[in-house]
Design a binder for this molecule. Structure first.
Ligand SMILES: C[S@@+](CC[C@H](N)C(=O)[O-])C[C@H]1O[C@@H](n2cnc3c(N)ncnc32)[C@H](O)[C@@H]1O
Length: 219
């Protein structure tokens, strides 16, 4: 198994943010929201935090599915948050989706949220325990959690094959970012060890396809 190769934490290059936001993750994001709702149940008047919300496609989908839910999307990239603001505005969801341009490690919520979601952020973080610590401190005990991220392939060649299989028709920049993200991602065993280290043993990790793991459950 190849070692993890870190990639830059924040996606703050405007061109990188633009290309990422233009890519079509609709199927993946819709499934992510379905899965969260399955684990969370009713969610009346709930406040959900999305760590590394990017262009806010997931917060928007979630707010559209549950009309009393409020979402706080946190992302430290100014260009990504600018794109997210426009998308939230277009969706007419300003009142229920709040965006915060800050590193999640530094965010202090006025009160703990009712749930935490995060898609494709963990592989950006140098120390993954900071991420799981944030999940734990940002929501009330018993809150639903859904985190999805990439799975590190065994070799660089296997990573190249995955990039070719899923993004052959995408812009070169997206393909290169995807490759670097696969190399920076964690294995299932590493994620299980991180959860154990922070005593988050009620959350379970599962490998759901050839390039993703999901952690779900209640805090
Ligand atoms: C691959 S994107 C995923 C965006 C979104 N969750 C989605 O599913 O489309 C990862 C995002 O995490 C953000 N990010 C990385 N490290 C961060 C940190 N420490 N705090 C807040 N955001 C961070 C990046 O700027 C980027 O927008």
């Amino acid at each position: 198994m190849m070692d993890r190769v870190l990639e830059p934490e924040i996606m703050d290059d405007p061109e990188q943010a633009r290309i990422y936001a233009a890519a079509d993750f609709s199927e993946e994001n819709a499934l992510f929201v379905d899965q969260f709702l399955l684990c969370a149940g009713e969610l009346d008047d709930a406040h959900i935090v999305d760590l590394g919300c990017g262009p806010a496609d997931i917060p928007i989908r979630l707010a559209k599915r549950r009309d009393t839910v409020r979402v706080t999307g946190i992302d430290a990239s100014p260009p990504m948050i600018a794109i997210a603001r426009q998308a939230v505005e277009r969706a007419g969801l300003n009142e229920r989706i709040q965006l915060c341009c800050q590193r999640f490690q530094e965010v202090i919520l006025p009160e703990p949220a009712d749930g935490v979601i995060s898609n494709s952020l963990v592989h950006h973080v140098r120390n993954p325990l900071q991420f799981w610590y944030a999940v734990k401190r940002m929501a009330k005990p018993g809150s639903p959690v859904l985190v999805m991220d990439l799975l590190r392939p065994a070799t660089a060649e296997a990573a190249r094959e995955i990039v070719e299989r899923y993004t052959a028709n995408e812009p070169k920049r997206l393909q290169e970012d995807f490759y670097r993200s696969l190399l920076a991602a964690f294995t299932e065993d590493e994620v299980a060890a991180h959860l154990a280290e922070l005593n988050l043993t009620r959350l379970l990790v599962d490998v759901v396809d050839d390039r993703h793991w999901i952690v779900s459950g209640r805090l």
